[in-house]
Design a protein around this ligand. Structure first.
Ligand SMILES: [Zn+2]
Length: 639
């Protein structure tokens, strides 16, 4: 197949982006880059899901209209992806007019064919889930997700005849072992289908909900949010007649997390079947990230902010960690300590050291010019490097095509470590000592830098920036970047005579609880008499970015008597950890106007990243916050 279409779930806009969203979207980006490297034409779709009760409720809490609220959260997702080096081809919103048009067309088509009917229904309805539950689905009479007793409501609604397609779907899934993967999720869907499949209520009366797409055949109702959302995968490519749809739909790969298996594994193929649209190619299901062994949730306060991690470790290291750590399909544990561990051992040590010591040697022994690789007869060691390079490329390719990301990286790291060993065994510094071994030294260094070219190429899908930096240092022309998989399989692409750049540190080592938590101290600053500080210029003072901020939320930090964790609006939302718990109760601070240093280097306190510092005065052990004598817009600069 020479085309590849990958989708992420469209993210529901009732919450800010977190680690799970970042993971699904990075997977799609890695695959998109990889398939492009393989010479395939690709299309990468992500976006936001914006209708339904939950958005109305979240918007009401913020005193906003649903659309204004959806604009804001959708904007956060859209702005986050480039920060993580994610390059999608299309960012769809379910409020886009083109999407709404497709939803109406598909509904009308299914309605006309007789698979949507009108009926009165009384049942247990969970407002959190926005759906009816059957007795069988409830746990001790409660919603399994919300642990609340659903309300019994009676309503006339439109229903989608899913039951009619139950046998067809079972046969379809069994006939194509790769349709839903990994296999455990295929089995989960099949297990669900062993019970009779109920018809799906696909409408909500406008008396109860207006924020949705009006049914084309009854304007007293809006469309159930799942029926609306799933259709994004075809509306984004211009279904029914768009070129992109015709080109890419036959090779679509959906990537989802396991919590939305049922809508994607059951509703979606049946909707497609009923509408006469070819069934999607693959559903790829991943597990959850648990943070410190607990499922990530807002109420537990352990939501990982992808952007904060990126600011500390860089997008590449973050992407590497997620791809290397999780076995696709299973749950994984996320901890910053584990990230730092991998960063230091895999990136700073194995990869970073290999790169910098190799370039240093080429500069020391050959003035930075790539030597001739055929200057001396090959040894068995040299031949092993070449065959290992090819084997690595094959394993890497197989693993990525099969969604086994950690194995692709394991194969690559095995090669990296083989090159490290090759350097230790061939000892170029010894060869350099004797003029008679000059030719052999050339061959050894050529093999090392040519291997680095291949390593840089294979890193590209997961770590695009690192791959680019390595490529630049190895003299790869920018129009040859990214290298194709074919370029990588041809040994000898790096031309002897190429001038290499001076070496660089790809990943400076990090120390948890090290530099970031130490109090910043200005070099050479000497205290004046009486505790006063030395004189500074106005320019120096102006380098401090002081801003007005409004406290949105405050809470105490577990296991700390002094620290409070604050969310402030300083023109943008920030987290600040302040040592004021002995003078202020969290609830006294909400709504208060304070002054912060906005450009202070972020620091970690009790594991929380603080991005800014509040100005305070300490007098006889009592802390006073600096404030203004009248209201000012959050984010206003102090001069
Ligand atoms: Zn519920």
């Amino acid at each position: 197949m020479n085309r590849f279409y990958v989708t992420t779930p469209i993210y529901y806009v009732n919450a800010r982006p977190h680690l799970g969203h970042a993971y699904s979207t990075i997977i799609a980006d890695v695959l998109n880059r990889f398939h492009r490297m393989c010479g395939r034409e690709t299309f990468f779709l992500t976006g936001t899901d914006e209708h339904g009760d939950k958005v109305v409720l979240a918007a009401r809490e913020e005193g906003m209209s649903p659309l204004a609220y959806a604009d804001r959260i959708s904007g956060l997702f859209k702005a986050l992806w480039p920060e993580l080096d994610i390059e999608c081809d299309c960012f769809i919103r379910t409020t886009d007019p083109a999407h709404i048009k497709v939803v109406k067309e598909v509904l009308q088509k299914i309605y006309d064919s007789g698979d949507i009917y009108f009926s009165e229904y009384e049942g247990a309805y969970c407002f959190g889930c926005e759906r009816f539950y059957t007795e069988r689905e409830l746990v001790d009479g409660k919603c399994p997700d919300h642990k609340t007793v659903p309300e019994v409501i009676r309503e006339a609604n439109y229903f989608f005849r899913m039951s009619k397609y139950q046998d067809w779907l079972i046969d379809y899934i069994q006939a194509d072992p790769d349709f839903i993967r990994p296999e455990r999720y295929k089995n989960e869907v099949l297990a669900f289908l062993r019970e009779p499949l109920e018809d799906l209520c696909i409408s909500r009366p406008k008396a109860r909900l207006q924020w949705g797409i009006t049914l084309p055949f009854d304007d007293g109702y809006v469309t159930y949010v799942w029926f609306d959302a799933l259709l994004n995968y075809i509306s984004a490519t211009g279904y029914p007649d768009g070129e992109l749809f015709k080109k890419f739909w036959p090779s679509v790969h959906h990537v989802i997390a396991k919590d939305i298996l049922k809508p994607h594994g059951i509703y979606w193929p049946i909707i497609l079947k009923a509408a006469g649209i070819p069934i999607y190619r693959h559903l790829n299901v991943h597990g959850y990230w648990n943070v410190d062994e607990a499922k990530m949730s807002k109420s537990l306060g352990n939501v990982v902010e992808p952007l904060e991690l990126k600011k500390i470790y860089g997008a590449d290291a973050f992407r590497y960690f997620l791809m290397r750590e999780m076995v696709f399909g299973l749950d994984s544990n996320f901890s910053e300590a584990a990230l730092v561990q991998r960063y230091n051992s895999d990136l700073a040590n194995d990869l970073g050291n290999l790169f910098s010591r190799s370039l240093t040697m080429v500069h020391k022994y050959f003035d930075g010019v790539v030597p001739e690789g055929s200057a001396a007869p090959e040894s068995q060691l040299d031949r092993d490097i070449k065959s290992e390079a090819l084997k690595t490329i094959r394993e890497y390719q197989d693993a990525l095509e099969g969604f086994v990301f950690h194995k692709a990286l394991m194969a690559l790291w095995q090669f990296i470590n083989q090159i490290n060993k090759y350097i230790d065994v061939t000892a170029p510094w010894e060869l350099f000592k004797k003029e008679s071994q000059r030719n052999q030294l050339q061959v050894v260094l050529y093999n090392i830098v040519e291997s680095l070219r291949i390593i840089a190429g294979l890193l590209y899908p997961v770590m695009p920036t690192t791959a680019r930096v390595m490529g630049e240092h190895l003299g790869i022309a920018s129009d040859k970047y990214p290298q194709t998989l074919e370029d990588l399989t041809i040994w000898g692409k790096l031309r002897p005579g190429t001038q290499l750049l001076k070496t660089t540190t790809l990943f400076p080592r990090v120390d948890l609880g090290g530099p970031a938590t130490r109090a910043p101290r200005e070099a050479g600053a000497v205290e004046g008499p009486g505790g006063s500080k030395p004189e500074i210029s106005k320019e120096t003072f102006e380098t401090v970015d002081l801003r007005v901020a409004k406290v949105l939320h405050a809470e105490s930090v577990p296991r700390s008597q002094k620290l409070l964790r604050l969310k402030v609006d300083a023109g943008e939302e920030r987290t600040i950890v302040a040592g004021i718990a002995e003078s202020y109760q969290p609830e006294d601070l909400i709504g208060k106007q304070v002054v912060i240093v906005a450009n202070l280097k972020p620091a970690k306190l009790m594991g929380i990243l603080s991005t800014g510092m509040m100005l305070t005065a300490q007098d006889k052990g009592v802390c006073r916050l600096v404030s203004l004598d009248g209201p000012a817009e959050p984010g206003t600069r102090l001069t």
